[in-house]
Design a binder for this molecule. Structure first.
Ligand code: ATP
Ligand code: MG
Length: 293
């Protein structure tokens, strides 16, 4: 796997820097605890790093399964992107290591688990709770977009909750790094047409749409374009067939915000910094960014 090559390069660099040799993790550095869940390619365990006593989540992926599904490239991108992001609402990826059969990701532990399960349990969230989560997501996405990272897969299954109740975006498997470094560094931007110069904002606006869908789902308990048939969902999305059911009763300001994010023309979607200034967020979101119930 190319992960190996990247690490070998890192190791080479680290040993060249002789003074501060980069830490190489192995399984023996961790005490393994209870299973936290299972994903498509392996399992996630609670773990403790022996020397620091630091609690983490260790995600164990089988190389054979990754290869079979041809997702090594995706995993490499996920690791590359997520390990460089530092934000209170983005799950940290501290590092990774591997042995012959498995790849291990060392992740921040999100003590209160999946947001998805909370939503199922509560059916739908209060406006306070929904607004607090939407504001946290908007801040995390502003941070990502500032680094030219687009998540592209914002949904309840990919959101975890930390010990204090803070929301954490996980799963960067579908994310992309839009601005090719070479392009910015060589200054060849001068020759690019508008649609390519604008491609960052263009692509980033997919996350605004997803945030609109999520905001709706938090409040109503179901996503806005849900239908029995896949083809009907498709039609409802392209037509932006947005309807607000009478129950639960939701404020007009919430509906206004959702309507401004779920706009077909991506250039007309409410920018994320304006989402944070929207009256519904200002009036409802916990200023601490933490929902305590
Ligand atoms: P899938 O693609 O099927 O969602 P996956 O490979 O992305 O699977 P994850 O969703 O990352 O796997 O992990 C599986 C489950 O383990 C999660 O649904 C969650 O319940 C739990 N889990 C994963 N990471 C953490 C974490 N950092 N802290 C707490 N629980 C976690
Ligand atoms: Mg997942």
């Amino acid at each position: 796997m190319a992960i190996a090559t990247e690490t070998q390069q890192q190791e080479k660099k680290a040993s060249e820097a002789s003074a501060d040799v980069q830490k190489r993790w192995t399984l023996s550095d961790f005490d393994i605890g209870k299973p936290l869940g299972r994903g498509k390619f392996g399992h996630v365990y609670l773990a403790r790093e022996k020397r620091s006593n630091h609690i983490v989540a260790l995600k164990v992926l089988f190389k054979s399964q990754l290869q079979q599904s041809q997702v090594e490239h995706q995993l490499r991108r996920e690791v590359e992107i997520q390990s460089h992001l530092r934000h209170p609402n983005i799950l940290r990826l501290y590092g990774y290591f591997y042995d012959q059969k498995r790849v291990y990701l060392i992740l921040e532990y999100a003590a209160r688990g999946e947001l998805y399960k909370e939503l199922q349990r509560c059916k739908h969230f209060s406006e306070r709770r929904a607004a607090t989560y939407v504001a946290s997501l908007a801040r995390a996405l502003i941070y990502c977009h500032g680094k030219h990272v687009i998540h592209r897969d914002i949904k309840p299954e990919n959101l975890l909750i930390g010990a204090e109740g803070e929301l954490k975006i996980a799963d960067f498997g579908w994310s992309v790094h839009t601005f090719n470094r070479r392009r910015t560094m060589c200054g060849t931007l001068d020759y690019l047409p508008p649609e390519m110069v604008e491609s960052v904002e263009h692509d980033a606006s997919v996350d605004i749409w997803s945030l609109g869908v999520l905001c709706y789902e938090f409040l109503y308990g179901i996503p806005p374009f849900e239908a029995r048939e896949h083809s009907d969902t498709y039609r409802r999305i392209v037509q932006v067939d947005l309807k607000f059911p009478p129950k639960p009763v939701i404020s007009q300001t919430a509906k206004d915000l959702i309507s401004q994010m779920l706009v077909r023309d991506y250039s007309q979607r409410l920018p994320l910094h304006k989402v944070l200034q929207h009256p519904w967020i200002v009036q409802n979101a916990e200023p601490s960014g933490i929902y305590r119930g």
